[in-house]
Design a protein around this ligand. Structure first.
Ligand code: UD1
Ligand code: UDP
Length: 351
C-alpha cells in the first residue's frame, strides 16, 4: 500500500518514529512534515536521533493563529494528497497538523487512520481537545493507546476502534538504553541521580495567561530544589514578555529544549517531574518517576489513578507542597501496553 504519514510538531516525530520503521518493512511510506515546528531543537534533532527518514515533503507552514495555521496546512496537504493519491493517510496525536491532515484526507475520501485516538481531557478550551474530537470523528481506523481511550470513543458512537497500546512506549523502550549510553547530559550539567527536578511548561493556559505563569514562576522560585527547565519557545516568549525570565533564571536552570535522548536520560534520573505536557506525564509514569502536573485535568487519567501523577493546577502552595510531599504508590498497572504498539498498527493497516 502507499501510505502518507503526516507529522509537524515535536511529539509527533517521536510517535511516528517506531511506526515508520515497522510500516516501511511492508508498505511504501511517504512522509509529510507540515513545518509547524521548525527550530532545530524542536524538529531536526528528532529526525537525526530517532533515525526518522527525511520527509518527502516539508510544507514549511510555520507558526500562526489557529485558523490560519490549520488552513495553510489543509491547503498544502490537499495538494500533496491529490498528487500522490495514497491508499491511506496516518495522522498522530492532537495538534493543528493532525486536524488539518485529517480534514484533507477525509474530504478526499482517502482512508484515514489516527494514532493516539480517543484521548479526552473534557476541556474544550484546550486547542488539542477540539483537534482530538474532530480527528477521531473523521477517522476510519482509530488506534487507541489505552482502554480509557477505547471507552471514550465507544461513548461517542465511533467505529473502527483498536486498542494497540501506546507507540510512545515503543519509542521509550527502544531508546532508553541508547539514551543512557549516549547522552552526557548529567555529567555536562553536574547533576547526580535523583538530585534534581525536571520541569516543562508549554500549555497556552499556563504560558499565555500572565497570572498563571506568574504563579508557576513563584512556586519554582520558592522550592528548595535544583530545577532543570528546558524552555519551549512559546514559554520563553511569554516569560520575556511578562518580565519573569530573569527572576526564574536565578532559581531554575533554564536551557533550550533538549533532544529526545538527553531529555529521556534527564527524566529517568530526576527525583520528580513538573509538567503540563501530555507526553511527559506518560513518560514519567513509564520511567517510574513521580509526576506533578500543572493542570486541573488530564487525558492520561490512569497515571493519576495509579498514584504516580498528581494534578495541582497553578496553585503556588499546592505545587510547593507536592514537590515536598508527593510520594507515589508502589504498584503500577500495565496501562500503556507492551511496547509493541507499532507492530499492531501496521498489522491492522495491512488487513
Ligand atoms: C503545539 C501543539 C501542542 C503540542 C506542542 C508540542 C497545537 C494547537 N499545539 O503547541 O498540542 O503539545 O506543539 O510541543 O497544534 N515556535 C518557535 N519555533 C518553532 C515552533 C514554534 O519559536 O519551531 C514558537 C512560535 O512563537 C509559535 C509558538 O512557539 O507561535 C507556538 O507554536 P505552535 O506550534 O503554534 O504551538 P505549540 O505551543 O508549540
Ligand atoms: N521532549 C524532548 N525534549 C524536551 C522536552 C520534551 O524531547 O526538551 C519530548 C518528551 O520526551 C516527549 C515529547 O517531547 O516525548 C513531549 O512533547 P511536548 O511536551 O512538546 O508535547 P505534548 O506531549 O504535550 O503534546
Amino acid at each position: 500500500m502507499k501510505i502518507i504519514s503526516i507529522v509537524g510538531a515535536r511529539p509527533q516525530f517521536i510517535k511516528c518514529a517506531p511506526v515508520s520503521t515497522e510500516l516501511r518493512k511492508k508498505h511504501e511510506e511517504i512522509l509529510i512534515h507540515t513545518g509547524q515546528h521548525y527550530d532545530n531543537e524542536l524538529s531536526a534533532v528528532f529526525f537525526e536521533e530517532l533515525e526518522i527518514p527525511k520527509p518527502d515533503y516539508n510544507l514549511g507552514v510555520g507558526s500562526g493563529l489557529h485558523g490560519g495555521q490549520t488552513g495553510k496546512i489543509l491547503i498544502a496537504v490537499e495538494k500533496v494528497l491529490l498528487k500522490e493519491a495514497p491508499d491511506m493517510v496516518i495522522v498522530y496525536g492532537d495538534t493543528n497538523s493532525t486536524l488539518a491532515g485529517a480534514l484533507a484526507a477525509a474530504k478526499l475520501h482517502i482512508k484515514l487512520a489516527h494514532v493516539e485516538a480517543g484521548l479526552r481531557s473534557f476541556d474544550r478550551r484546550m486547542p488539542e481537545e477540539i483537534n482530538r474530537v474532530l480527528t477521531d470523528h473523521a477517522s476510519d481506523i482509530l488506534f487507541c493507546p489505552t482502554q480509557t481511550a477505547v471507552e471514550n470513543l465507544k461513548k461517542e458512537g465511533v467505529v473502527g476502534i483498536y486498542n494497540v497500546g501506546d507507540v510512545m512506549f515503543d519509542a521509550l523502550l527502544h531508546n532508553k538504553e541508547i539514551a543512557e549510553n549516549k547522552s552526557t547530559i548529567l555529567e555536562d550539567s553536574g547533576l547526580g541521580h535523583k538530585q534534581y527536578l525536571v520541569a516543562t511548561i508549554h500549555r497556552p493556559s499556563n504560558t499565555d495567561d500572565k497570572r498563571n505563569l506568574q504563579n508557576i514562576v513563584d512556586a519554582f522560585c520558592e522550592v528548595d530544589e535544583t530545577i532543570i527547565f528546558p524552555v519551549h519557545p512559546r514559554t520563553a516568549k511569554y516569560l520575556e514578555e511578562y518580565g519573569l525570565y530573569e527572576k526564574l533564571k536565578k532559581h531554575a536552570k533554564l536551557i533550550k529544549p533538549l533532544g529526545y535522548l538527553d531529555f529521556l536520560k534527564l527524566m529517568a534520573h530526576a527525583r520528580k517531574i513538573l509538567t503540563d505536557s501530555g507526553g511527559v506525564q506518560k513518560e514519567a509514569y513509564m520511567l517510574k518517576v513521580p509526576c506533578i502536573t500543572l493542570r486541573t485535568n488530564t487525558e492520561w487519567i490512569e497515571t493519576v489513578e495509579d498514584g504516580w501523577n498528581v494534578l495541582v493546577g497553578v496553585n503556588k502552595e499546592r505545587i510547593i507542597r507536592m514537590v515536598n510531599e508527593f510520594v507515589p504508590d508502589i504498584m503500577q498497572r500495565n496501562v500503556f501496553g507492551d511496547g509493541k504498539a507499532s507492530g499492531r498498527v501496521v498489522k491492522i493497516v495491512g488487513e
